[in-house]
Design a binder for this molecule. Structure first.
Ligand code: PEP
Ligand code: MN
Length: 339
């Protein structure tokens, strides 16, 4: 259930609603929003009687939430959430572009790529210091040394950093350096890890599991929000299907589906969906055309020698092409929105 307060409700009235929820043995979850003060009620097994709350001073509405996810649902917060990272707003009118290599390999590699993508207009830099690899014998990332490199990249370029936390142990290390903590597809249902990043003060980029339904995806986001971290960015990165012409199948319909069901921003990763360089630009264009709030794309100055995901990494000059096209499509979208 969602309690919506009157516009002019006092702090005392809000506190009284919170105290009542606690007295009943449930968990109050205040929901940030510019339009209204709302308090979600979590922890109830069955439906609640709205009259208990409607009787309290300052309460405007008590709305039953029909979806299993509450805090991330659009029923609870009709307006879009914009996740602010420095001067970048993810979920606002302009698509946000996150670019960089799959993995941190060296300071020189990261700086070269970061300077190139920044010059082309990327807003944030991505690179994994801890890599979740299918084979235990593959490059696992530089770990702490990689995080130190990422801190240097931010200091030298001013780009905010997106990097993955693969387990509990590394969350505090990653949180110190990252501007956005990435949770990878393989960890989308690692519920204790989701709870842990729900306690972080940094935003979380949650990638869709490779066979997750939209409901499972949003329930994973709910785990993070339920711990108090509402700064969540969803990321569609392709799902497993019978198709073998690409690494995964980019589920573009996830974007409008999520936008109907949730107020959270959703971006698209065309690189892990494609697995092949030549599909990345068309998929990125399509993602912006269906209304994605941004793109996360792998770029490498020397993909042939990349330690991971070279075949799907764009050359910097291809990233320039991607940016030109994405900008043109975004401008067309704005023209439609304004008409
Ligand atoms: C990544 O973005 O580096 C990554 C490992 O992606 P995913 O979790 O989507 O496979
Ligand atoms: Mn990768």
């Amino acid at each position: 259930m969602l309690i919506v307060m009157e516009h002019e409700a006092s702090q005392e009235q809000i506190d009284n609603v919170i105290a009542t929820i606690k007295q009943l043995g449930y968990t109050p979850a205040p929901i940030p929003g510019s339009q209204r003060t709302a308090i979600g009620i979590l922890g109830n097994a069955g439906p609640l009687d709205p009259s208990i709350f409607l009787a309290l001073d300052g309460v405007k509405e008590a709305i039953r939430v029909s979806k299993p996810y509450k805090l991330v649902s659009r029923e609870v917060k009709p307006e879009n959430t914009i996740v602010a990272v420095g001067t970048v707003g993810i979920g606002g009118p302009d698509p946000v572009i996150i670019a960089g290599p799959c993995a941190v390999e060296s300071l020189d590699q990261c700086l070269q790529i970061a300077h190139a993508v920044k010059a082309t207009g990327a807003h944030l830099f991505r690179a994994g210091a801890f890599k979740p690899r299918t084979s235990p014998y593959s490059f696992q990332g530089l770990g702490q040394q990689g995080l130190d490199i990422l801190a240097r990249v931010r200091a030298e370029t001013g780009l905010g950093i997106v990097t993955e936390a693969v387990d509990h142990e590394v969350v505090p290390l990653v949180e110190e350096v990252a501007d956005i903590i990435q949770i990878g597809a393989r960890n989308m249902q690692n519920f204790s890890l989701l709870r842990r990043v729900g306690k972080c003060t940094k935003p979380v980029l949650l990638k869709r599991g490779m066979s997750a339904t939209i409901e499972e995806f949003l329930m994973a986001a709910e785990y993070i929000a339920a711990e108090g971290n509402h700064r969540i960015i969803l990321c569609e990165r392709g799902v497993r299907t019978f198709a073998d012409h690409s690494r995964n199948t980019l589920d573009l319909s996830a974007v409008p589906a999520v936008k109907t069901l949730s107020h959270l921003p959703i971006i698209v990763d065309p690189s892990h969906a494609a697995g092949k360089r030549d599909q990345v630009i068309p998929l990125a264009c399509a993602a912006i055309a269906v209304g994605a709030d941004g793109i996360m794309v792998e770029v490498h100055h020397d993909p042939k020698h990349a330690l991971s995901d070279g075949p799907q990494s764009l050359f910097p000059h291809q990233f320039e092409q991607l940016m030109q096209r994405v900008r043109a499509i975004a401008a067309a979208q704005r023209a439609f929105a304004g008409s």
